[in-house]
Design a protein around this ligand. Structure first.
Ligand SMILES: Nc1ncnc2c1ncn2[C@@H]1O[C@H](COP(=O)(O)OP(=O)(O)OP(=O)(O)O)[C@@H](O)[C@H]1O
Length: 372
């Protein structure tokens, strides 16, 4: 295990500044997920840490030691790439063994190391196969086995599940946290899949234009996103976003939805009188009986049963669409008029002009993350 610190990293390619003053600290044994759109600089950041690219400015410190000028093979960093990067002329065993061979590990120890990691990743039956005789999932596990086998203190995994089918992705999402925790490595894990990010990360760093937009536990990122851009990236169905202008009277702060007053917490004070966007997560909205105090009248347009939930498309009197999600098998209206309760504590409020969240609102994130 090791700690990893990035101090004010800058990386440019000609006039393209990919990383601008990026700082980050990863704890010993932590899994930090780098999440963000294509081209955000995630791979570049991993390559800088690995030592296969040089930064234009800033320092990378592993376990207290400045890595500037330290060659890749002496950094104690293992890496698995999204495109596998296996040697085609070598069988799976030899591919996995390369980090141990490079260290001149005795033959018996190589065999024991490769077989043990191959068993863990369920590829022990294909160790004599060359990459072209492996399925994508087996190739992916072989690349991962190669990154794990030397037990590097720091492990960099670049979207390792991108090329595998949905079933294996799902299995690996469940298995990987334990596997990584067992190896004791400090991990930086890149993905573009928000579910993977939430399932695997102790913390998630959301990458935006040239840097990190927000860093926090999965719950903090989901419940208290720093901006509209981040709120939209997490959640399925995506968050409902409604233009509002909160106002205040003797009874408190409120907005109008379908002509109905929806009370907001006092902490929403900074939003009063401003053009805002209210974010309502579909799972925080509930259908209630007609006549329930504060219930918002809507018309049900459509209902889609998904595996574990039912998603309803409702429309307000003003014609705005709202998605509501509820656990599959629970009762709910499927046509006609219905009424929605909005949980004021769950409403996220964003400044419309800047897209930034108005800090005081939103539910509190729990201190500890739930297990995935
Ligand atoms: N060797 C290079 N020369 C010039 N530009 C590069 C080089 N490597 C990366 N870039 C640029 O840096 C930016 C970030 O690329 P990077 O591969 O890190 O993105 P990413 O966030 O990992 O994307 P993806 O999720 O698609 O892998 C892109 O604009 C890319 O074109």
């Amino acid at each position: 295990m090791a700690t990893l610190e990035l101090h004010s990293i800058v990386k440019r390619f000609k006039d393209n500044t990919v990383l601008d003053d990026v700082s980050l600290a990863v704890d010993d044994g932590e899994i930090l997920v780098l999440f963000g759109p294509s081209g955000a600089g995630k791979t570049v950041l991993l390559r800088l840490i690995a030592g296969v690219l040089d930064a234009d400015a800033g320092r990378i410190v592993i376990d207290g030691e400045d890595m500037t000028g330290v060659d890749a093979e002496f950094r104690g960093v293992g890496m698995a790439f999204q495109n596998f990067a296996l040697f085609p002329h070598m069988d799976a065993f030899a591919n996995i063994a390369t980090p141990l061979e490079a260290r001149k590990t005795p033959r018996d120890a190589v065999r024991a190391g490769v077989e043990s990691v191959a068993r863990l990743l369920k590829i022990d039956h294909v160790l004599t196969h060359r990459p072209r005789a492996l399925s994508n999932g087996q190739k992916q596990r072989t690349a991962l086995a190669r990154a794990l086998v030397g037990s590097p203190p720091v492990l960099l995994l670049d979207d390792p599940l991108r090329n595998v089918d949905a079933k294996l992705r799902f299995e690996m999402r469940l298995e990987l946290p334990r596997l990584l925790a067992d190896r004791g490595a400090t991990v930086i894990y890149v993905t573009q899949d928000y579910k993977e990010a939430m399932a695997l990360g102790d913390r998630i760093a959301v990458m935006g234009q040239a840097g990190i937009r927000q860093i926090g536990t999965p719950e903090e990122i989901y419940l208290q996103p720093a901006g509209l851009d981040i709120a939209r990236l997490f959640g399925d169905p995506t968050i409902n976003l409604l233009d509002v202008r909160p106002s205040r009277d003797g009874q408190g702060i409120h907005v109008a939805l379908s002509g109905t007053r929806v009370e907001l917490p006092a902490a929403m004070e900074p939003s009063v009188g401003r053009a805002c966007v209210a974010g309502l997560r579909p799972e925080t909205l509930h259908f209630v009986k007609a006549g329930t105090k504060g219930a918002v009248p809507v018309t049900i347009e459509a209902e889609t049963p998904l595996n574990e939930k039912t998603v309803t498309l409702a429309r307000t009197r003003g014609g705005r669409e709202i998605l509501v999600s509820r656990p599959a098998g629970t009762p709910g209206p499927d046509h006609g008029e219905a009424f929605l309760a909005v949980d004021a504590g769950s409403v996220l409020m964003f400044d419309k002009a800047s897209g930034e969240r108005i800090a005081a609102g939103g539910p509190a994130a729990p201190r500890k993350r739930a297990t995935a």
